[in-house]
Write a protein that binds this ligand. Structure first.
Ligand code: KIV
Ligand code: NA
Length: 276
């Protein structure tokens, strides 16, 4: 039996071998990725990547639980972390606990991730003290798109850089077991990684982070033509899908599909002609 990576094992990877992390939203994708990654993140980016929204704000807790359950069921080795969606935790530590507990109990995730820094530290501590492991997320925090005024990189001037550093310190001191740092100047991500004692997981951050994460559809070429600068395309699967579907369409129209191999027919009377 394969042993699943635990939250303390992930936390123990500070300054050791880099944590390999990817998003997964579905059972088939989780099954494909599980052997190769340390963390499967069920990110609320699914609102944009799967459901076609232009922000993550409308994603619900029920949707995160449904996708989280699919990923937890279909994986054996990876540590499964599920994003708390917008408006499911910002109101109070009590609201955050109630909803995070549902994610652990109903999805079978090992931990939740939530966005925010100093202002979320009290909530992070409240959850961790009550048995809910928390992954933090600072820098470019997509749920704050309206207050940040877009998806622009953070830490571009000295005061923004100081704020990202203070946010990271606050979340780490509150007891988070790891920290996503997204969309910051490289130097800021390097400083944050040195400043905190928990593993940092970079996305548009720095190679010195204790791990890296990407949206799986982005690295596979399945999320459309426009991807952020920080994405590296490891495959271009969209043309493969198009080519397969084009052939299927041609076969249906020419009645080449279904063929004899795909049809149920009454067994031919062969057994009667064979004495054995
Ligand atoms: O929602 C998401 O996919 C994320 C990762 C990109 C870190 O939060
Ligand atoms: Na997210």
């Amino acid at each position: 039996a394969v042993k699943r990576l635990t939250v303390p094992e992930i936390a123990g990877r500070k300054g050791t071998t880099p944590l390999v992390c990817l998003t997964a939203y579905s059972a088939p994708m989780a099954r494909l990725l599980d052997a190769y990654v340390d963390v499967l993140l069920v990110g609320d980016s699914l609102g944009m990547v799967l459901y076609g929204a232009d922000s993550t704000l409308a994603v619900t807790l029920e949707t995160m639980i449904a996708h989280g359950r699919a990923v937890a069921r279909a994986s054996r080795r990876a540590c499964v972390v599920v994003d708390l969606p917008f408006a499911s935790y910002q109101e109070s530590p009590q609201q955050a606990f109630r909803n995070a507990a549902r994610v652990l109990a109903e999805a079978g995730a090992a931990a939740v991730k939530l966005e925010g820094g100093e202002e979320m530290a009290e909530t992070v501590a409240f959850l961790v003290r009550r048995g809910v492991p928390v992954m933090g997320h600072v820098g470019l925090t997509p749920q704050a798109v309206n207050t940040l005024g877009g998806f622009r990189a953070r830490g571009r001037d000295a005061s923004e850089a100081e704020k990202v550093l203070a946010d990271a310190r606050a979340v780490a001191e509150a007891g988070a077991f790891s920290l996503v740092i997204e969309g910051t100047l490289e130097k800021v991500a390097q400083e944050v990684t040195q400043a905190v004692s928990i593993p940092t997981i970079g996305i548009g951050a720095a190679a010195e982070c204790d791990g890296q994460i990407l949206v799986t559809e982005d690295l596979l070429g399945l999320s459309g033509a426009r991807v952020p600068r920080f994405v590296k395309r490891y495959a271009d699967l969209a043309p493969l899908v198009e080519e397969a579907v084009e052939r299927y369409a041609g076969d249906v129209r020419s009645r080449a599909f279904p063929g004899p191999d795909q049809l149920y027919r009454k067994r031919e009377l062969r057994s009667a002609t064979r004495p054995w």
